[in-house]
Design a protein around this ligand. Sequence first.
Ligand code: FES
Ligand SMILES: [Fe+2]
Length: 420
Amino acid sequence: MSRNSKQWTQKPNLPSTHYADPKIYSDPAIFEEEKEKIFKKVWMLAAHESEVANPHDFRTYEHPGGTRLVIMRGEDMKIRTFYNICPHRGNLLVYEPSGNAKKLVCIFHQWAFDAKGDCVDIPRGKAGYQDRICESDVGLREVKTEVGYGGFVWVNLDDSCAPLSAHIGSALDYMMPELETEPLEVLWYYQATLRTNFKLIHDTNQEFYHDYLHYHNRITGMLDPKSGYFQRRYTAFPNGHASVGSMNVSYDAYTGSGHSALGWPKLPPNGWKLVDLFPCITYNLRTSVLRIDSYIPLGPDRVLLEFRILGLKSDTPEVRKQREKDAATIWSPFGRNLHEDLLASSGQGMAMARGSDPMYVLHAREEDNLIHDEVGMRHYLEEWSAWMGRSSSDSTRKIADSKPQATAPAHQEQDVAQPA
Ligand code: FES
Ligand SMILES: [Fe+2]
């Protein structure tokens, strides 16, 4: 039966963990609060070490906390991150997305900085500042940086944050053999900008009920009992992370799939593993290619998606070409899956934009934590609520002080079976 306005907007008759207040996906004030309480305090995956492979290589990163950063490798091969802001008059220090420079020289008045963030030149410094300001007073602002979990460069704006390992915990353990088998290299980097909330697109990686959207996944997984698709089980890890168990993709069931025999060291042939990390990062290893998604929320209804396709640094040109081809069939902007995910998430963003008659968003499927259960999204919103100090099912309801990452105890791992 169709519903009138009152029925449309009323709370579902479900536990409050099983639906979300639509305001958390569109309210500008909540978005500003997310920047302060989550993004300025959480570890974010900003780049891969292969993007700054050589001394003096640099890469810029638009941090979701609102601060632009520059990541740079020093002569000592250490990767450091700085605010991309000149300490003189606040100009953007680096305009290019990437490059190699012995010194970062601000275009405005030519102050120069080395890869350790030290100021090494102030033109006519002595003449203008006498003994009041010198180079050692005006270094760049360094940001906490760690490299790990497959050679990725992680940054945290909070000087007093806990180490990266405390945030990741054991969430990536079941993928670590494949991630650390040998050095990785970024083959492709591409972006998409969507008019949607970042949590909605991250949700598409956190629930697999939406495989009805993907013809490829239906044919190569859901409809083939041999794939192990319906045996995949969610594991919820502390700090809002989750994984789904592995499966074997039945590429042969898709006529013209173009699938190659190329695999990935330590991953079973045709294997697929996936881990979602709070607040908006996904590790997705499918057969011969690793795809990393990391999202940069630009507003309550706008998100910049970064995609990295990785292979092995040791790949020959032929193997690399094959890996790229495998990636292209599924995950490139013209592949079989990615555009479908983006279409659905932007559809949510359009339909639930501010001003529409709000309806509660259902996260209510329970299937013993198997693949079409929505426990992944529920677990995520539980963590979101802890950081925000407000309920995700009723955003006006404060629940506790927000979770300071450096000190808060991790939640207990939930009683969900480990992935096979
Ligand atoms: S603002 Fe950079 S040198 Fe003046
Ligand atoms: Fe999808």
